[in-house]
Design a protein around this ligand. Structure first.
Ligand SMILES: Cc1cc2nc3c(=O)[nH]c(=O)nc-3n(C[C@H](O)[C@H](O)[C@H](O)COP(=O)(O)OP(=O)(O)OC[C@H]3O[C@@H](n4cnc5c(N)ncnc54)[C@H](O)[C@@H]3O)c2cc1C
Length: 421
Protein backbone atom coordinates (compact mmCIF):
# COMPACT_ATOMS: atom_id res chain seq x y z
CA UNK A 1 0.00 0.00 0.00
CA UNK A 2 1.34 3.46 -0.78
CA UNK A 3 0.98 5.68 2.27
CA UNK A 4 0.93 9.44 2.30
CA UNK A 5 2.46 9.62 5.78
CA UNK A 6 5.56 8.06 7.28
CA UNK A 7 5.16 5.85 10.34
CA UNK A 8 2.35 3.37 10.88
CA UNK A 9 -0.56 3.73 8.46
CA UNK A 10 -3.80 5.19 9.76
CA UNK A 11 -6.60 2.85 8.70
CA UNK A 12 -10.21 4.00 8.86
CA UNK A 13 -12.71 1.17 9.13
CA UNK A 14 -16.39 1.77 8.34
CA UNK A 15 -18.62 -0.55 10.38
CA UNK A 16 -17.81 -2.29 13.65
CA UNK A 17 -19.67 -5.57 13.27
CA UNK A 18 -17.70 -8.81 13.51
CA UNK A 19 -15.95 -8.10 10.20
CA UNK A 20 -14.89 -4.53 10.97
CA UNK A 21 -13.87 -5.45 14.52
CA UNK A 22 -11.71 -8.35 13.30
CA UNK A 23 -10.10 -6.20 10.56
CA UNK A 24 -9.28 -3.55 13.19
CA UNK A 25 -7.90 -6.11 15.63
CA UNK A 26 -5.46 -7.68 13.16
CA UNK A 27 -4.47 -4.31 11.65
CA UNK A 28 -3.68 -3.04 15.12
CA UNK A 29 -1.73 -6.19 15.85
CA UNK A 30 0.40 -5.38 12.79
CA UNK A 31 1.12 -1.87 14.07
CA UNK A 32 -1.51 0.17 12.19
CA UNK A 33 -3.32 3.05 13.85
CA UNK A 34 -7.03 2.28 13.55
CA UNK A 35 -10.18 4.36 13.65
CA UNK A 36 -13.39 2.33 13.76
CA UNK A 37 -16.58 4.15 12.82
CA UNK A 38 -20.06 2.91 13.62
CA UNK A 39 -23.36 4.72 13.92
CA UNK A 40 -24.31 2.59 16.90
CA UNK A 41 -22.55 1.07 19.87
CA UNK A 42 -20.69 -2.03 18.58
CA UNK A 43 -22.62 -5.22 19.19
CA UNK A 44 -25.98 -3.40 19.39
CA UNK A 45 -29.06 -4.72 17.68
CA UNK A 46 -28.79 -2.86 14.33
CA UNK A 47 -25.85 -5.09 13.40
CA UNK A 48 -26.27 -8.58 12.03
CA UNK A 49 -23.43 -9.48 14.39
CA UNK A 50 -25.69 -8.79 17.40
CA UNK A 51 -28.48 -11.34 17.13
CA UNK A 52 -27.22 -14.20 15.00
CA UNK A 53 -27.31 -17.88 15.92
CA UNK A 54 -23.74 -17.83 17.22
CA UNK A 55 -22.60 -20.85 15.24
CA UNK A 56 -18.80 -20.95 14.77
CA UNK A 57 -18.71 -24.07 12.62
CA UNK A 58 -15.81 -24.73 10.25
CA UNK A 59 -18.11 -27.24 8.54
CA UNK A 60 -20.59 -24.53 7.46
CA UNK A 61 -19.00 -24.27 4.03
CA UNK A 62 -21.87 -25.47 1.83
CA UNK A 63 -22.76 -22.41 -0.28
CA UNK A 64 -26.26 -21.00 0.26
CA UNK A 65 -27.26 -20.95 -3.42
CA UNK A 66 -27.83 -24.68 -3.87
CA UNK A 67 -28.88 -27.02 -6.70
CA UNK A 68 -32.56 -27.93 -6.69
CA UNK A 69 -33.44 -24.87 -4.64
CA UNK A 70 -35.60 -23.34 -7.36
CA UNK A 71 -37.91 -26.34 -7.39
CA UNK A 72 -38.46 -26.01 -3.63
CA UNK A 73 -39.13 -22.27 -3.60
CA UNK A 74 -42.89 -22.38 -4.44
CA UNK A 75 -43.47 -24.89 -1.61
CA UNK A 76 -41.45 -22.79 0.83
CA UNK A 77 -43.33 -19.61 -0.11
CA UNK A 78 -46.74 -21.25 0.21
CA UNK A 79 -46.06 -22.57 3.72
CA UNK A 80 -47.09 -20.08 6.39
CA UNK A 81 -44.09 -21.06 8.55
CA UNK A 82 -41.77 -21.80 5.60
CA UNK A 83 -38.05 -20.99 5.65
CA UNK A 84 -38.28 -18.35 2.88
CA UNK A 85 -40.44 -15.29 2.35
CA UNK A 86 -40.27 -12.54 -0.25
CA UNK A 87 -41.70 -9.03 0.03
CA UNK A 88 -43.24 -8.85 -3.44
CA UNK A 89 -42.97 -5.06 -3.71
CA UNK A 90 -39.17 -5.53 -3.48
CA UNK A 91 -39.02 -8.14 -6.26
CA UNK A 92 -38.23 -5.76 -9.17
CA UNK A 93 -35.12 -4.47 -7.33
CA UNK A 94 -34.17 -7.95 -6.14
CA UNK A 95 -34.51 -9.63 -9.53
CA UNK A 96 -30.93 -9.19 -10.88
CA UNK A 97 -29.52 -10.54 -7.59
CA UNK A 98 -32.02 -13.41 -7.61
CA UNK A 99 -31.15 -14.41 -11.17
CA UNK A 100 -27.45 -14.60 -10.26
CA UNK A 101 -28.28 -16.52 -7.06
CA UNK A 102 -30.29 -19.14 -8.95
CA UNK A 103 -27.58 -19.41 -11.60
CA UNK A 104 -24.89 -19.97 -8.92
CA UNK A 105 -27.06 -22.68 -7.33
CA UNK A 106 -27.31 -24.54 -10.63
CA UNK A 107 -23.59 -24.40 -11.41
CA UNK A 108 -22.00 -27.60 -10.10
CA UNK A 109 -18.44 -26.42 -10.73
CA UNK A 110 -19.07 -23.18 -8.86
CA UNK A 111 -20.59 -25.13 -5.96
CA UNK A 112 -17.44 -27.18 -5.45
CA UNK A 113 -15.07 -24.22 -5.81
CA UNK A 114 -17.16 -22.04 -3.50
CA UNK A 115 -17.29 -24.80 -0.88
CA UNK A 116 -13.48 -25.11 -1.03
CA UNK A 117 -13.07 -21.35 -0.68
CA UNK A 118 -15.45 -21.17 2.29
CA UNK A 119 -13.87 -24.23 3.92
CA UNK A 120 -10.50 -22.43 3.85
CA UNK A 121 -12.02 -19.18 5.13
CA UNK A 122 -13.79 -20.99 7.99
CA UNK A 123 -11.20 -23.60 8.94
CA UNK A 124 -9.59 -21.71 11.86
CA UNK A 125 -12.70 -20.00 13.21
CA UNK A 126 -12.78 -21.72 16.58
CA UNK A 127 -9.06 -21.26 17.26
CA UNK A 128 -9.05 -17.63 16.17
CA UNK A 129 -12.24 -16.64 18.02
CA UNK A 130 -11.02 -18.49 21.12
CA UNK A 131 -7.79 -16.51 21.05
CA UNK A 132 -9.55 -13.19 20.37
CA UNK A 133 -12.09 -13.84 23.14
CA UNK A 134 -9.28 -14.72 25.57
CA UNK A 135 -7.36 -11.55 24.70
CA UNK A 136 -10.54 -9.49 25.01
CA UNK A 137 -11.10 -10.86 28.51
CA UNK A 138 -14.20 -12.94 27.66
CA UNK A 139 -12.84 -16.47 27.17
CA UNK A 140 -16.13 -18.05 28.29
CA UNK A 141 -18.03 -16.57 25.33
CA UNK A 142 -16.50 -18.98 22.79
CA UNK A 143 -16.70 -22.74 23.27
CA UNK A 144 -16.35 -25.97 21.31
CA UNK A 145 -19.56 -27.91 20.72
CA UNK A 146 -20.93 -30.58 18.40
CA UNK A 147 -23.35 -29.44 15.72
CA UNK A 148 -26.44 -31.61 15.14
CA UNK A 149 -28.61 -31.45 12.02
CA UNK A 150 -32.03 -33.01 12.71
CA UNK A 151 -34.46 -34.34 10.12
CA UNK A 152 -38.20 -34.79 10.56
CA UNK A 153 -38.54 -37.36 7.75
CA UNK A 154 -36.44 -39.92 5.86
CA UNK A 155 -37.21 -37.93 2.70
CA UNK A 156 -35.70 -34.75 4.14
CA UNK A 157 -32.66 -36.72 5.27
CA UNK A 158 -32.21 -38.30 1.83
CA UNK A 159 -32.44 -34.89 0.17
CA UNK A 160 -29.51 -33.69 2.24
CA UNK A 161 -27.24 -36.48 0.95
CA UNK A 162 -25.28 -33.99 -1.17
CA UNK A 163 -24.16 -32.17 2.00
CA UNK A 164 -22.74 -35.37 3.48
CA UNK A 165 -20.87 -36.03 0.26
CA UNK A 166 -19.32 -32.54 0.49
CA UNK A 167 -18.41 -33.22 4.13
CA UNK A 168 -16.77 -36.53 3.26
CA UNK A 169 -14.80 -35.03 0.39
CA UNK A 170 -13.45 -32.31 2.71
CA UNK A 171 -12.63 -34.50 5.71
CA UNK A 172 -15.40 -33.39 8.10
CA UNK A 173 -15.74 -35.72 11.09
CA UNK A 174 -19.44 -36.60 11.36
CA UNK A 175 -21.74 -39.51 12.23
CA UNK A 176 -25.32 -40.36 11.32
CA UNK A 177 -27.68 -40.96 14.25
CA UNK A 178 -30.73 -43.20 13.93
CA UNK A 179 -33.93 -42.34 15.76
CA UNK A 180 -32.94 -43.98 19.06
CA UNK A 181 -29.46 -42.46 19.19
CA UNK A 182 -30.84 -39.05 18.22
CA UNK A 183 -33.34 -38.98 21.09
CA UNK A 184 -30.73 -40.25 23.49
CA UNK A 185 -28.48 -37.36 22.44
CA UNK A 186 -31.26 -34.73 22.66
CA UNK A 187 -33.99 -36.16 24.95
CA UNK A 188 -36.21 -33.04 24.85
CA UNK A 189 -36.42 -33.06 21.06
CA UNK A 190 -39.91 -33.82 19.64
CA UNK A 191 -40.48 -37.48 18.84
CA UNK A 192 -41.16 -36.95 15.11
CA UNK A 193 -37.46 -36.44 14.34
CA UNK A 194 -36.12 -39.58 12.71
CA UNK A 195 -32.47 -38.89 11.84
CA UNK A 196 -29.58 -36.74 12.94
CA UNK A 197 -26.15 -35.88 11.58
CA UNK A 198 -23.69 -35.07 14.37
CA UNK A 199 -20.65 -33.03 13.36
CA UNK A 200 -17.64 -33.02 15.65
CA UNK A 201 -15.11 -30.24 16.27
CA UNK A 202 -17.44 -27.25 15.82
CA UNK A 203 -17.89 -24.17 17.99
CA UNK A 204 -20.25 -21.44 19.06
CA UNK A 205 -20.48 -18.20 20.92
CA UNK A 206 -22.75 -17.80 23.92
CA UNK A 207 -23.45 -14.15 23.14
CA UNK A 208 -22.42 -12.69 19.77
CA UNK A 209 -23.31 -9.09 20.67
CA UNK A 210 -21.26 -9.11 23.88
CA UNK A 211 -18.40 -10.85 22.09
CA UNK A 212 -18.12 -8.11 19.45
CA UNK A 213 -18.40 -5.41 22.09
CA UNK A 214 -15.50 -7.03 23.95
CA UNK A 215 -13.41 -7.17 20.75
CA UNK A 216 -14.00 -3.45 20.18
CA UNK A 217 -13.34 -2.55 23.83
CA UNK A 218 -9.99 -4.28 23.52
CA UNK A 219 -9.13 -2.35 20.34
CA UNK A 220 -9.88 0.91 22.19
CA UNK A 221 -7.93 -0.21 25.27
CA UNK A 222 -4.95 -0.90 23.00
CA UNK A 223 -5.02 2.66 21.61
CA UNK A 224 -7.52 2.38 18.73
CA UNK A 225 -10.17 5.01 18.19
CA UNK A 226 -13.93 4.38 18.09
CA UNK A 227 -16.13 7.09 16.54
CA UNK A 228 -19.88 6.68 17.06
CA UNK A 229 -21.23 8.52 14.04
CA UNK A 230 -22.92 7.78 10.72
CA UNK A 231 -20.81 7.65 7.58
CA UNK A 232 -22.71 9.64 4.96
CA UNK A 233 -20.22 9.48 2.10
CA UNK A 234 -16.72 8.66 0.97
CA UNK A 235 -14.53 11.28 -0.73
CA UNK A 236 -12.35 9.93 -3.51
CA UNK A 237 -10.45 11.36 -6.43
CA UNK A 238 -7.81 10.12 -8.87
CA UNK A 239 -8.26 6.53 -7.72
CA UNK A 240 -7.65 7.26 -4.03
CA UNK A 241 -9.97 7.66 -1.10
CA UNK A 242 -9.19 10.85 0.79
CA UNK A 243 -11.65 10.82 3.66
CA UNK A 244 -15.03 9.66 4.87
CA UNK A 245 -17.79 12.14 5.56
CA UNK A 246 -19.65 11.64 8.81
CA UNK A 247 -22.20 13.40 10.96
CA UNK A 248 -19.20 14.71 12.94
CA UNK A 249 -17.15 16.03 10.01
CA UNK A 250 -14.65 14.31 7.74
CA UNK A 251 -12.16 11.68 8.86
CA UNK A 252 -8.98 11.30 6.84
CA UNK A 253 -6.74 8.26 6.66
CA UNK A 254 -4.08 6.45 4.67
CA UNK A 255 -6.21 3.38 4.00
CA UNK A 256 -9.92 2.63 4.32
CA UNK A 257 -11.93 -0.54 4.89
CA UNK A 258 -15.61 -0.73 3.94
CA UNK A 259 -17.18 -3.30 6.28
CA UNK A 260 -20.66 -1.91 6.88
CA UNK A 261 -22.42 -5.26 6.39
CA UNK A 262 -25.61 -5.09 4.33
CA UNK A 263 -25.34 -1.28 4.31
CA UNK A 264 -22.06 -1.37 2.39
CA UNK A 265 -23.88 -1.28 -0.92
CA UNK A 266 -25.19 2.26 -0.55
CA UNK A 267 -21.67 3.54 0.17
CA UNK A 268 -20.04 1.41 -2.55
CA UNK A 269 -22.61 2.54 -5.15
CA UNK A 270 -21.72 6.15 -4.53
CA UNK A 271 -18.07 5.32 -5.28
CA UNK A 272 -19.06 3.85 -8.63
CA UNK A 273 -18.56 0.25 -7.46
CA UNK A 274 -21.42 -1.74 -8.90
CA UNK A 275 -21.42 -4.80 -6.61
CA UNK A 276 -24.47 -7.07 -6.33
CA UNK A 277 -24.83 -6.99 -2.54
CA UNK A 278 -28.32 -7.57 -1.11
CA UNK A 279 -29.63 -8.84 2.15
CA UNK A 280 -31.07 -12.15 3.30
CA UNK A 281 -32.85 -11.02 6.42
CA UNK A 282 -33.26 -13.47 9.29
CA UNK A 283 -34.94 -13.53 12.67
CA UNK A 284 -34.31 -14.81 16.15
CA UNK A 285 -36.45 -15.61 19.14
CA UNK A 286 -34.68 -16.09 22.48
CA UNK A 287 -36.42 -17.84 25.38
CA UNK A 288 -34.90 -16.75 28.71
CA UNK A 289 -36.28 -19.66 30.75
CA UNK A 290 -36.73 -22.42 28.15
CA UNK A 291 -37.27 -25.34 30.53
CA UNK A 292 -35.61 -27.76 28.10
CA UNK A 293 -32.04 -29.01 27.80
CA UNK A 294 -30.22 -28.59 24.50
CA UNK A 295 -26.74 -30.15 24.46
CA UNK A 296 -25.66 -29.38 20.88
CA UNK A 297 -26.15 -26.54 18.49
CA UNK A 298 -29.16 -28.07 16.76
CA UNK A 299 -30.06 -27.24 13.16
CA UNK A 300 -33.66 -27.85 12.04
CA UNK A 301 -32.71 -28.91 8.54
CA UNK A 302 -36.05 -28.26 6.85
CA UNK A 303 -37.02 -25.15 8.84
CA UNK A 304 -33.52 -23.72 8.23
CA UNK A 305 -33.01 -22.37 11.72
CA UNK A 306 -30.71 -23.25 14.59
CA UNK A 307 -31.18 -23.68 18.35
CA UNK A 308 -28.22 -22.56 20.44
CA UNK A 309 -28.26 -22.42 24.26
CA UNK A 310 -26.79 -18.98 25.07
CA UNK A 311 -26.21 -16.95 28.23
CA UNK A 312 -29.43 -15.01 27.50
CA UNK A 313 -31.47 -18.20 27.14
CA UNK A 314 -32.21 -20.64 24.33
CA UNK A 315 -31.98 -18.84 20.97
CA UNK A 316 -33.67 -20.06 17.79
CA UNK A 317 -32.39 -18.11 14.78
CA UNK A 318 -32.48 -18.39 11.01
CA UNK A 319 -34.82 -18.44 7.99
CA UNK A 320 -34.60 -16.03 5.05
CA UNK A 321 -36.69 -13.01 4.12
CA UNK A 322 -35.90 -11.15 0.88
CA UNK A 323 -37.16 -7.63 1.46
CA UNK A 324 -34.21 -5.24 1.17
CA UNK A 325 -32.43 -3.36 3.93
CA UNK A 326 -35.01 -0.66 4.59
CA UNK A 327 -38.30 -2.54 5.13
CA UNK A 328 -39.43 -2.80 8.76
CA UNK A 329 -39.30 -6.22 10.45
CA UNK A 330 -42.22 -8.53 9.78
CA UNK A 331 -43.40 -9.85 13.19
CA UNK A 332 -45.00 -12.87 11.49
CA UNK A 333 -41.53 -14.22 10.59
CA UNK A 334 -40.46 -14.25 14.25
CA UNK A 335 -43.81 -15.76 15.28
CA UNK A 336 -43.23 -18.54 12.75
CA UNK A 337 -39.87 -19.38 14.36
CA UNK A 338 -41.58 -19.39 17.76
CA UNK A 339 -44.22 -21.87 16.57
CA UNK A 340 -41.59 -24.09 14.94
CA UNK A 341 -39.42 -23.97 18.07
CA UNK A 342 -42.37 -25.21 20.14
CA UNK A 343 -42.97 -27.98 17.60
CA UNK A 344 -39.28 -28.90 17.83
CA UNK A 345 -39.17 -28.83 21.65
CA UNK A 346 -42.76 -29.42 22.88
CA UNK A 347 -41.83 -28.69 26.51
CA UNK A 348 -40.31 -25.29 25.58
CA UNK A 349 -41.49 -22.46 27.86
CA UNK A 350 -42.36 -19.44 25.74
CA UNK A 351 -42.65 -16.77 28.46
CA UNK A 352 -40.51 -13.65 28.16
CA UNK A 353 -39.31 -14.35 24.61
CA UNK A 354 -37.39 -11.59 22.83
CA UNK A 355 -37.47 -11.20 19.05
CA UNK A 356 -35.08 -9.62 16.56
CA UNK A 357 -34.56 -9.15 12.81
CA UNK A 358 -31.08 -8.94 11.27
CA UNK A 359 -29.74 -8.26 7.78
CA UNK A 360 -27.29 -10.81 6.46
CA UNK A 361 -25.09 -9.11 3.87
CA UNK A 362 -25.27 -11.52 0.93
CA UNK A 363 -23.60 -11.80 -2.44
CA UNK A 364 -25.55 -13.87 -5.00
CA UNK A 365 -22.74 -16.40 -5.53
CA UNK A 366 -22.58 -17.26 -1.82
CA UNK A 367 -19.05 -15.86 -1.34
CA UNK A 368 -18.05 -12.63 0.40
CA UNK A 369 -16.09 -9.79 -1.13
CA UNK A 370 -12.72 -9.50 0.63
CA UNK A 371 -10.02 -7.54 -1.13
CA UNK A 372 -9.02 -4.30 -2.81
CA UNK A 373 -11.50 -2.00 -4.48
CA UNK A 374 -11.16 -2.38 -8.27
CA UNK A 375 -11.15 1.43 -8.55
CA UNK A 376 -9.24 2.76 -5.53
CA UNK A 377 -5.67 1.99 -4.53
CA UNK A 378 -6.24 2.51 -0.77
CA UNK A 379 -9.74 1.10 -0.24
CA UNK A 380 -10.40 -2.48 0.85
CA UNK A 381 -13.80 -4.16 0.77
CA UNK A 382 -14.93 -6.68 3.39
CA UNK A 383 -18.62 -7.52 3.24
CA UNK A 384 -21.15 -9.98 1.89
CA UNK A 385 -20.50 -12.87 4.29
CA UNK A 386 -24.15 -13.95 4.23
CA UNK A 387 -24.98 -16.76 6.64
CA UNK A 388 -21.46 -17.21 7.96
CA UNK A 389 -19.98 -13.81 8.86
CA UNK A 390 -19.38 -14.73 12.49
CA UNK A 391 -17.50 -17.81 11.33
CA UNK A 392 -15.50 -16.00 8.65
CA UNK A 393 -14.85 -12.75 10.55
CA UNK A 394 -11.40 -13.50 12.01
CA UNK A 395 -9.84 -14.88 8.82
CA UNK A 396 -11.38 -11.99 6.86
CA UNK A 397 -9.67 -9.65 9.32
CA UNK A 398 -6.36 -11.43 8.82
CA UNK A 399 -6.69 -11.19 5.02
CA UNK A 400 -7.50 -7.47 5.07
CA UNK A 401 -4.69 -6.75 7.55
CA UNK A 402 -2.37 -8.89 5.42
CA UNK A 403 -3.22 -6.87 2.31
CA UNK A 404 -2.70 -3.51 4.02
CA UNK A 405 0.23 -4.18 6.34
CA UNK A 406 1.25 -7.81 5.70
CA UNK A 407 1.83 -10.64 6.37
CA UNK A 408 -0.78 -12.47 4.28
CA UNK A 409 -2.37 -15.61 5.73
CA UNK A 410 -1.74 -18.71 3.68
CA UNK A 411 -4.95 -19.11 1.65
CA UNK A 412 -6.19 -18.45 -1.86
CA UNK A 413 -8.06 -15.13 -1.81
CA UNK A 414 -8.90 -15.06 -5.53
CA UNK A 415 -12.49 -16.40 -5.02
CA UNK A 416 -13.29 -13.32 -2.89
CA UNK A 417 -12.13 -10.66 -5.37
CA UNK A 418 -14.53 -7.77 -5.94
CA UNK A 419 -13.93 -7.77 -9.71
CA UNK A 420 -15.32 -11.31 -10.18
CA UNK A 421 -18.75 -9.90 -11.09
C1 LIG B 1 -30.85 -14.75 11.99
C2 LIG B 1 -29.37 -14.80 11.67
C3 LIG B 1 -28.61 -15.85 12.11
C4 LIG B 1 -27.24 -15.92 11.79
N1 LIG B 1 -26.47 -16.92 12.30
C5 LIG B 1 -25.15 -16.95 12.05
C6 LIG B 1 -24.33 -17.93 12.66
O1 LIG B 1 -24.79 -18.74 13.45
N2 LIG B 1 -23.00 -17.94 12.36
C7 LIG B 1 -22.47 -17.03 11.47
O2 LIG B 1 -21.26 -17.12 11.19
N3 LIG B 1 -23.21 -16.06 10.93
C8 LIG B 1 -24.53 -15.99 11.20
N4 LIG B 1 -25.31 -15.01 10.66
C9 LIG B 1 -24.68 -14.07 9.71
C10 LIG B 1 -23.83 -13.04 10.44
O3 LIG B 1 -24.57 -12.48 11.50
C11 LIG B 1 -23.37 -11.97 9.46
O4 LIG B 1 -22.79 -12.54 8.32
C12 LIG B 1 -22.34 -11.05 10.12
O5 LIG B 1 -22.78 -10.60 11.37
C13 LIG B 1 -22.02 -9.86 9.21
O6 LIG B 1 -21.11 -9.06 9.89
P1 LIG B 1 -20.70 -7.63 9.33
O7 LIG B 1 -19.68 -7.10 10.26
O8 LIG B 1 -20.39 -7.74 7.89
O9 LIG B 1 -22.06 -6.77 9.39
P2 LIG B 1 -22.86 -6.18 10.68
O10 LIG B 1 -22.72 -7.06 11.86
O11 LIG B 1 -24.24 -5.89 10.21
O12 LIG B 1 -22.08 -4.86 10.98
C14 LIG B 1 -22.12 -3.74 10.14
C15 LIG B 1 -21.95 -2.51 11.01
O13 LIG B 1 -21.86 -1.38 10.15
C16 LIG B 1 -22.55 -0.32 10.76
N5 LIG B 1 -22.93 0.64 9.70
C17 LIG B 1 -23.65 0.37 8.60
N6 LIG B 1 -23.77 1.47 7.85
C18 LIG B 1 -23.10 2.45 8.49
C19 LIG B 1 -22.86 3.83 8.22
N7 LIG B 1 -23.32 4.41 7.10
N8 LIG B 1 -22.15 4.54 9.11
C20 LIG B 1 -21.65 3.98 10.25
N9 LIG B 1 -21.85 2.67 10.55
C21 LIG B 1 -22.57 1.92 9.68
C22 LIG B 1 -23.74 -0.97 11.42
O14 LIG B 1 -24.26 -0.15 12.47
C23 LIG B 1 -23.13 -2.26 11.94
O15 LIG B 1 -22.68 -2.14 13.28
C24 LIG B 1 -26.66 -14.91 10.97
C25 LIG B 1 -27.44 -13.82 10.57
C26 LIG B 1 -28.77 -13.75 10.89
C27 LIG B 1 -29.58 -12.56 10.46
Amino acid sequence: MSSKTSGPPHVVIIGAGVVGACCATYLQEQGARVTLIDRQRPGDDGASSFGNAGVLAPASFVPTPAPGMLAKVPGWLLKEDGPLSIRWSYLPRLLPWLVRFVRAGGDAVHQEKAADALAALHASTLDLHSRLAMEAGVPGLVAPIEYLHVYGSEKAYAEAGRIQTMYRERGVDFEVLGRGELHEAEPDLASHYVKGVRIKGQGRTLNPGRLIRAYVDRIVADGGELRLTEVTGIEASAGRVKAVRTGDGTIEGDAFVLSAGAFSRGLADRLGLDLPLDTERGYHVTFPDPGVTVSHVVMEAEGKFVANPMEMGLRFAGTVELAGVDAPPNPRRAEAIERLAKRMYPKLRLEGATRWMGRRPSMPDGLPVVGPSPRHENLWLAFGHGHTGMIAGPTTGRIVAGMITGPMPNLDVAPFRADRF
